[in-house]
Design a protein around this ligand. Structure first.
Ligand code: G3I
Length: 458
């Protein structure tokens, strides 16, 4: 609650700052410039560099989101089975929060940077270790983070479009959804992301593989809130302008999209501007994180892929800042958010869920279904279905029977008054074709319940 309040206050501060800035005044830092359109601009921070004042001066001035570069990975947080160590993670977290920044957690379930004990496990003991790891780490950071990269890099490079072989994959194909369900139950307040590289080019098989997984997760109610596009661009994996199509098509599935580890070999100013504009063009692109502060801090320092060289801003820095300053005032006013031909926008033809009431002509109906439950909480999916006419905007209402309360809700906007819940559509899912449907979901505290819901459309 405290964190939510703090974030709320920060949001207000940001709003005040923007409103007192003359309309044509440009922001002078990346974070402030991104905030003008409701986005963030972040960087990876390495705990080992926090003693370097040149580094912290730039990092503190320019960025308002932080990803620990290595400090929240499995080898760092659970060096021995069942023994958690958050000393380095907390160093980065505390530096970020004490300087007014938010934090993306990176990462919980990954084939890389596993501690030796985890590398040697397989089968059901590894599966259990993964679940225990997610629970242990998320409990420590519960309510404190903006997002978690729950699963990292689970798809194979190349043309298969399938999963990467790993000890986690060999525990069974459902390991990713188990990770996400575990994560939602462990901390319903944080956005849950799938994060990968080489999924920026819409024509690549790996991109399609991840897209199909997210589509499947959304259709089955597996909790996923966001997809992170690492965006390590280089000669072998070059930027392509269809990245915008990729971001649009994933967003149309009902997830947020984030650029999570951006670096570009040679740091072309033009390419940095193009990537920035791609994010700005997609309302659900929440923000951009570059993978390090200065070239010398990069995991690929020989590629000079970042925005600073020593204390100096590179041409790419100016290109990004200008692009951010040229954006409209809010995500919904961002430039050229052209509609994408996404399969998810086609209406569902399967009215399989039995509505609690027959849809009136021009009206809509809503059905609540329990997806998952655990001691003290549950997850539900609500299907909103249009009647014989198309719906343009909807409102779903219900009353909790016995003290339940929503902890996190996605694909809708919630307002609650006592036991009465009202949910209205987001900008992207208000329009439903005649006979079609859309869904939103939530997690809640209390005993699982499926009260009768009403649906109205203007
Ligand atoms: O801390 C030890 C140090 O004690 C030792 O002397 C030294 C000798 O090699 O290694 C140091 O650890 C290194 C660590 O970075 C901290 O600098 C590891 O060897 C090195 O492998 C590790 O590299 C990290 C890499 O992930 C490992 O997969 C990079 O810093 C980090 O930037 C990189 O980040 C990944 C993302 O998590 C996922 N996406 C790709 C991205 C780039 O590879």
């Amino acid at each position: 609650m405290l964190i939510a309040a703090a974030v709320g206050v920060l949001g207000m501060v940001a709003a005040v700052t923007v409103s007192t800035t003359p309309a044509d005044a440009a922001a002078s830092t990346l974070g402030a410039a991104a905030a003008q359109s409701g986005r963030y601009f972040g960087t990876a921070i390495a705990a080992g560099r926090l003693g370097d004042s040149n580094y912290t001066t730039i990092a503190n001035r320019e960025f308002n989101m932080v990803t620990p570069e290595n400090e929240m990975k499995p080898d760092a947080t659970e060096p021995n089975r069942g023994q958690f160590n958050f000393s380095s993670g907390d160093r980065v977290y505390n530096w970020a929060v004490q300087n007014g920044k938010r934090v993306r957690g990176h990462t919980l379930a990954w084939h890389g940077q596993q501690p030796p004990w985890m590398q040697s496990l397989s089968g059901s003991s590894l599966r259990q270790a993964m679940i225990d790891h997610i629970n242990g780490v998320m409990a420590h950071y519960k309510g404190k983070l903006y997002a978690w990269d729950v699963v990292n890099e689970a798809f194979a490079d190349g043309n298969s479009g399938g999963r990467r072989d790993s000890n986690l994959q060999r525990t069974g194909n459902d390991w990713i959804e188990v990770a996400f369900r575990t994560a939602r139950a462990a901390d319903p307040s944080v956005k849950l992301c799938y994060n990968d590289y080489n999924i920026e080019n819409w024509t690549w098989a790996k991109t399609q593989g991840v897209y199909n997984m997210v589509k499947d997760f959304k259709s089955r109610g597996v909790p996923i809130d966001c997809v992170g596009f690492q965006s390590h661009f280089n000669s072998g994996s070059a930027y392509n302008s269809n990245f915008r199509t990729t971001l649009q098509n994933f967003a149309a599935l009902g997830v947020d999209v984030q650029i999570t580890e951006l670096d570009i070999q040679g740091a072309s100013a033009q390419t940095y501007a193009a990537v920035t504009n791609d994010c700005l063009a997609v309302p659900r692109c929440n923000g951009i994180t570059v993978w390090g502060v200065r070239d010398q801090d990069s995991w690929r320092s020989g590629d000079t892929p970042l925005l600073f060289s020593g204390n100096n801003k590179k041409p790419a820095y100016d290109a990004v800042l200008n692009a951010l300053n040229n954006a409209g005032p809010g995500p919904s006013n961002s430039p050229s958010a052209s509609p994408s031909a996404s399969p998810s926008t086609s209406p569902s033809s399967s009215p399989s869920a039995s509505p609690t009431r027959s849809p009136l002509p021009g009206g809509c109906s809503a059905t609540i279904k329990t997806i998952n439950s655990w001691g003290g909480g549950f997850q539900s999916e609500v299907t909103v279905q249009a009647g014989s006419s198309a719906v343009n905007g909807w409102t779903v209402k219900w009353t909790w029977p016995s003290g339940q309360s929503i902890s996190s809700l996605w694909n809708g906007r919630q307002s609650t008054s006592g036991s009465s819940v009202t949910v209205t559509n987001e900008s992207y899912n208000g329009s439903i074709a005649a006979g079609g449907s859309t869904t939103f979901g939530f997690t809640a505290n209390g005993n699982a319940a499926t009260p009768t819901a009403t649906c109205t459309s203007p």
